[in-house]
Design a protein. Structure first.
Length: 65
């Protein structure tokens, strides 16, 4: 059987932690949108969040794992 290719768009959006959990970026922060959101809202949207358990199987398949 040939290997599965990684979906490059998913590889740029999801990261795997050392323990094997999946992380995702919290929010889309486009250039034009930043001026409309408050500073506190932008701070809250920083960083990563865990992928929801119901989506993990799908994300792992896209990442080729």
């Amino acid at each position: 059987m040939p290997k599965h290719k990684t979906r490059r768009s998913a590889a740029k959006r999801f990261k795997t932690t050392g323990s094997g959990k999946l992380r995702r970026g919290k929010a889309w922060r486009g250039h034009l949108v930043l001026g409309k959101k408050s500073s506190s809202r932008l701070r809250r949207l920083e960083g990563d969040a865990p992928v929801h358990p119901s989506d993990e199987k799908r994300v792992r398949r896209m990442l080729g794992k």
